[in-house]
Write a protein that binds this ligand. Structure first.
Ligand code: ZN
Length: 342
């Protein structure tokens, strides 16, 4: 929470500086943006993943703002050659959407097409085939429903009250922490079993929210769309044994190739922070034949990006900060310097 306030303060400060015309030139060579859900706002009392949803209006405003500031739309597939240009027409704006949510087709695609902006959707084969659940979607529905969450987070059963909103958020945070820096599989299996006992079908949620093979094939045929790989089971790769880590990456590339009819050039590490992807994973993505790979480590593109193509930073277009004037500030990379002190 302190971090969120600091980022928000930083964004306000930077957007004020920018309006006063004294914005430091820190936007580097551009930015890769991360999106998840793009859908109209539906206010919910318990909304622990609100940061993963932006509205189509905010996406539209963001693209207009970035274009007005001289950013050039670049497809992630073309980014390596763009960065290698001796002279670039402006900083790059690159759009990526993780996990293949169905609203990407319904609400984001029309915005990208209206502006002629390319985008890449990162696909997890286990979501497409409904063999794997999405823990944060399952947990939201389960904790919303319960008055008490009795769960083994990894060190024996704990009973957490989940009647009030603060209690529900606290239980969700505890689950998130228990999953953040670990191999995850056992905890997710227990969460899925408990959801089923409560009448919630975890893969049914995936079926409602995520595009299936036919839908992905159709969107991949649109001119501005590319598909990238994102593992099969949306696993924390850094906490998986070497053979499984490589197998997850390689099989997800084949699954995307089956769907789109061509080998994906790009890869996104699930979760994508330093706890989920490090030098071992960066090397594997390179050896397994991708052109580049993206993390969720915040930052803008710079000279280093040209030789660290398998650890590219991204900037989350975040549901908490949906104001047009923030986007230029986010893309400048400056708010992260503010947030580091928090
Ligand atoms: Zn993901």
């Amino acid at each position: 929470m302190a971090k969120r306030a600091a980022i928000q303060g930083g964004l306000e400060a930077v957007s004020l500086l920018a309006r006063a015309g004294i914005m430091p030139r820190a936007r580097g060579m551009g930015a890769i943006f991360t999106l998840h859900h793009v859908r109209p706002a539906t206010p919910k009392q318990f909304d622990p993943a609100a940061h993963l949803s932006i509205t189509p209006e905010f996406l539209d405003a963001s693209i207009r703002r970035l274009k007005a500031e001289g950013y050039v739309p670049v497809a992630l597939d073309e980014l390596a050659s763009f960065l290698a240009l001796p002279e670039r027409p402006g900083p790059a704006m690159v759009f990526t959407l993780d996990d293949g949510y169905r609203d990407n087709d319904e609400h984001a695609r029309p915005v990208f097409e209206r502006h002629g902006v390319p985008y890449t959707i990162f696909v997890s084969g286990g979501f497409v085939d409904r063999t794997h659940s999405i823990w944060w979607e399952t947990a939201e529905q389960l904790i919303a429903k319960l008055d008490e969450f009795v769960f083994d987070f990894g060190a024996g059963e704990k009973a957490l009250p989940t009647r009030s909103m603060p209690e529900k958020y606290a239980a969700f945070d505890m689950l998130h922490k228990s999953l953040s820096c670990t191999e995850q599989e056992d905890i997710i299996a227990r969460l899925d079993a408990q959801a089923k006992d409560a009448g919630i079908c975890p893969t049914g949620i995936v079926d409602r929210e995520v595009m299936d093979e036919a839908e992905l094939r159709a969107i991949s045929e649109r001119p501005l769309c590319k598909l990238g790989a994102h593992t099969i089971g949306h696993v924390n790769l850094a906490h998986s044994p070497e053979a499984r880590m490589r197998d997850e990456i390689a099989r997800s590339a084949s699954r995307v190739e089956d769907i789109a009819g061509k080998t994906p050039k790009t890869f996104a590490y699930p979760y994508g922070d330093r706890c989920a992807a490090g030098p071992r994973e960066y090397a594997a993505a390179e050896e397994l034949g991708f052109d580049l790979a993206v993390t969720t480590n915040p930052g803008v593109l710079n000279e280093r990006s040209t030789w660290q193509r398998f650890a590219l930073p991204r900037i989350s277009l975040n549901g908490y900060y949906q104001r047009g004037r923030y986007v230029g500030a986010l893309a400048s990379g400056i708010p992260f310097a503010f947030s580091k002190s928090a």
